[in-house]
Design a protein around this ligand. Structure first.
Ligand code: SF4
Length: 91
């Protein structure tokens, strides 16, 4: 009888720990995705959309979390840096 109660307790503890772990992982994942959506580089005038030189002003911090509060952000006005199906668009 005591062994059964102990095993039930262990089973419920493991189940609760598993649910907590899944919840924490999902929470971290959603927070990370929210943070990535705050990176403004895709809508910036200085973003080149070229992997060799992502940004002409801050090439090292472009498309990274460091760019979230970039003081040089300028709304994109030209369409020549936009892509369509992976190809460069010529204006
Ligand atoms: S200037 Fe700043 S916001 Fe614009 S592309 Fe470069 S790093 Fe990103």
């Amino acid at each position: 009888m005591i062994a059964t109660i102990f095993l039930a307790f262990c089973a419920w503890t493991i189940t609760l720990l598993f649910i907590c772990s899944v919840w924490q992982t999902l929470s971290k994942g959603t927070n990370y995705v929210k943070m990535l959506h705050q990176i403004p580089c895709a809508g910036c005038e200085y973003f080149t959309n070229d992997y060799r030189l992502k940004c002409t002003v801050h090439p090292k911090k472009a498309c990274s979390p460091e760019a979230i509060c970039c003081v040089d952000f300028k709304v994109k006005t030209a369409c020549c840096n936009a892509t369509q199906k992976g190809q460069r668009k010529l204006c």
